[in-house]
Design a binder for this molecule. Structure first.
Ligand SMILES: [Fe+2]
Ligand SMILES: [Fe+2]
Length: 394
């Protein structure tokens, strides 16, 4: 386990000009610090200016958050090799929405093959997911990245931001390919602003982002790191719970032969979200390993409360998007059980007590839509995936 000491910041008083104070301390930095001296250095940020110095970066100094005494802008040495592999792997798996054919769905849309309940569900679903896929990179950009002090993780998260932007393009491409003009697209995208269940779900994540972004405490302080940990848990809930739940609604339609091209777009997005989830869980666990004082009983109970809130929000969303009790193949109660099942998995992964009395996956058929076509980064770029109607869901 790595040494970690945030007592210097947590015991000091803070003023509004902390950044200037921070920089002047950086300017006085010696070329080599003893461990004791290093623990007194301010936590580094991407806003620190560069100083003349001969100090080379040592991998042992790097910390996922709260790093001190080194510059963030050097790609080597790499401390967390797994994170570097994750970046290279993700880059090799990059895909483009317009590589997936949308002809079948366009025909279904234009010949009104969806029932009114299915149409309402689809519109709310894509509106919600589009707003969500905008919130996630904003959270990374405005809150999470401000705390990350491992250059290889910063690089991975930059790439993730590009992938989230690509997901937004996928939703836009779906509506474009149905033949909708900007006004028609806008009417659908705007729906999240008209349904309280969607607003509440989205605002829930913004609250955690804001708690970090507007924290009165500097990076490295207990309170700001705790806010970050809560935000990361909400981020993980987004990637691992909210997104798959949303995708499942369209996969249920695809099972009945509807919107299969859209479902394929969602499958590729889900593959990315699975990798983002894996990285998110790793970040949470690694922060806890490096900063065990953050993971006290209060935080464990807080974690359970956050996950429970998420299921409550998802339940509200379920009723709002499926007001008639569900669609063919997806009763609203099954959907809610799926949320509870994932919530229990999250609790298990974080080693806190489960929340719901559910043991079995209520929608085992979802695995048909979960692409596990990840490639080893040594094999190069993947281009062999099938497109559009060529892909069989059966
Ligand atoms: Fe995304
Ligand atoms: Fe994501």
């Amino acid at each position: 386990m790595l040494d970690f000491d945030d007592t210097s910041d947590s015991s000091s008083s803070f003023s509004s000009n902390f950044s200037n104070h921070n920089r002047s301390r950086v300017n006085k930095r010696k070329s080599v610090e003893s461990p004791e001296e290093q623990s007194n250095l301010p936590v580094i940020t991407s806003l620190d200016t560069i100083n003349i110095g001969k100090r080379s970066l040592n991998a042992d100094d790097i910390k996922l958050i709260g790093g001190r005494g080194y510059d963030l802008r050097q790609p080597v040495p790499i401390k967390y090799k797994i994170v570097r592999e994750r970046f290279l792997n993700a880059r090799n798996n990059f895909w483009l929405p317009n590589e997936i054919q949308m002809g079948e769905d366009k025909l279904e849309w234009q010949t009104a093959q969806l029932t009114s309940a299915e149409m309402y569900l689809f519109k709310l679903n894509i509106s919600y997911l589009t707003a969500s896929d905008s919130l996630v990179p904003d959270n990374l950009n405005n809150a999470i990245l401000n705390h990350i002090t491992a250059p290889e993780m910063r690089q991975y998260l930059r790439w993730q931001i590009a992938e989230e932007a690509n997901h937004l393009e996928s939703y836009l491409f779906i509506l474009e390919s149905f033949g909708l003009d900007e006004q028609g697209q806008g009417q659908i995208f705007n729906l999240y602003q008209e349904v309280p269940a969607l607003i509440n779900k989205l605002n829930w994540n913004i609250k955690f982002t804001n708690n970090v972004a507007s924290s009165p405490f500097p990076p490295g302080h207990f309170e700001s790191q705790r806010a970050l940990l809560e935000d990361l848990i909400s981020y993980y809930v987004f990637e691992y719970l909210f997104f798959p739940l949303g995708f499942s609604q369209i996969f249920a339609l695809a099972r009945t032969g509807k919107l299969r091209n859209t479902a394929q777009q969602y499958s590729y997005i889900w593959r990315d979200e699975n990798l983002h989830s894996a990285n998110g869980l790793w970040m949470i666990k690694q922060i806890i390993i490096e900063n065990p004082h953050l993971w006290d009983n209060e935080m464990k109970e807080r974690t359970r409360a956050i996950v429970n809130e998420a299921v409550h929000l998802e339940t509200e969303y379920a009723h709002a998007s499926m007001p008639d009790g569900g669609i063919i193949g997806l009763p609203v109660q099954t959907y809610i059980k799926y949320a509870q099942f994932i919530a229990n998995t999250v609790c298990k992964q974080l080693n806190v007590k489960s929340l719901f009395p559910i043991k079995d996956h209520p929608m085992p058929w979802l695995s048909e839509y979960e692409l596990r076509h990840e490639v080893n980064f040594f094999e190069g770029r993947v281009r062999e995936y099938q497109t559009g109607s060529q892909l069989s869901w059966d």
